[in-house]
Design a protein around this ligand. Sequence first.
Ligand SMILES: Cc1ncc(COP(=O)(O)O)c(C=O)c1O
Length: 502
Amino acid sequence: MAIKESKASKLTSALKPGKAPASKPAEAKADHATPLLDARKAGQEATPAMLKQAAKDNLFLHFTRHSPYQTNDIPIIAKAEGHHFWDINGKKYFDGISSLFSVNVGHGRERLAEAAAKQMKKLDYFPIWSHAHAPAIELAERILSYAPKNLSRVFFTTGGGEANETAWKLAKQYFKMTGKPMKHKVLTRAVAYHGTSHGALSLTGIPSMKKMFEPLVPSTFRVPNTNWYRAQDDFENEEAFAMWAANRVEEMILFEDPDTVAAFFIEPVQNSGGCFTSPPSYFKRVREICDKYDVLLVADETIDGFGRIGTMFASEKYGLEPDMLVCAKGITSAYQPLGALMMTEKLFEPFKHGTNIFSHGYTFAGHPVACAVALENLDIFDEEDLVGNVARNEAAFKKTLEKLKDLPIVGDVRGAGYFYAIELVRDKKTRESFNDEESEKLLRQFLSHHMYDNGLYCRSDDRGDPVVQLAPPLTIGQTEFDELEQKLRHSLSIAGEMFELM
Ligand SMILES: Cc1ncc(COP(=O)(O)O)c(C=O)c1O
């Protein structure tokens, strides 16, 4: 085993399905009070206090521990501009992860609001089910023009998870229609996140996220990711490690029988676990393996796409030609929900004939307003050369973040473009990580609050080892890098002192 100590126990320990939570039996809410509706009807604005209470009373937030919100307020975000946002109390924050790796052009772009309004007035909505509309047609051509040249067809969705779901279903159907009906299994990488629907969650390699929803869709298998920092020392260099990791893909295909394996999903830079990059030779080898066994290679660029890594798509940076490419988030800079799956013509070919149909779709996929906003968003990319801005500044971003390596708690700084992770360790020399309890204290009880109170919004996470992640809007430069570094230095220094690290 070439990856140090499996994180499986840590990943699965967070949830204990056998234990009932120690809380009173749930009571139905006494009434359906509607203070916000009442204020609206009276032509009054809801006060912050009213919103805070109504948020507690009515919302079920995503990926959220709700227990602290039984006593504390839920943070409510009121407005945003550029790389900042403000909460309802008027406090200003640096948006260090583009809200959710999404707002690539930055907040508050009026022209995107205008593009949405213009489209709504012309054609508010029509499904792309047996019909088309100009915004979807134009956007399909536009994103294909940025994609690897082998891709030539677009299936729209409303987000990244749906696009992954679509890719797997398409792979299964494609092989059924082309004489290889047994091909249905998929390989994905350890600790990778691909979405939350049953299919996309089955692709996900994070046990703690899946446990409560088992049994999931069968036939998914995990191969190692390219976490070079946690690779064993017996590799000569990163290239050798990456080759080892790529060869595990072949091994797994053979373990499972190539006749049954349909696809392999990878993020060119893997988010979950902390911005794992790979040398181009990894992608070359993986491509060779997939070609050898007729396994479709799917690049999940939900985060990596749209300039995040310094090229429009990360596949371009690494010389990867996937059979399918998933994108979302930055396609509209999150001003509207949208995702897309691009594919080779080979995968579309069977659907050109007879009564064949891909019985799959979503009401809001390729929504005309979302597509119109995406087009305007991409105009901003072009006019402001945002991808060029990342390419020109990525070395400076890396250099600035690497200054943090002088702190005893910072073990590794890794990533590409404007997408970086800082791995936190207990012991720099041995790379010893924090145990579950310490990690809980470090990330949830201290760091995320401290950074936020200090006006920095970024992600601290331990789906693999503890990391802080950054993915700022693509508009920023050295002045903002320095500000980020200073804010991180402040919080990480105190975190180090908390654990008496030297
Ligand atoms: C790599 C990757 N794939 C898929 C998804 C799921 O995307 P969505 O939330 O739009 O369904 C995400 C979300 O962050 C992601 O990072």
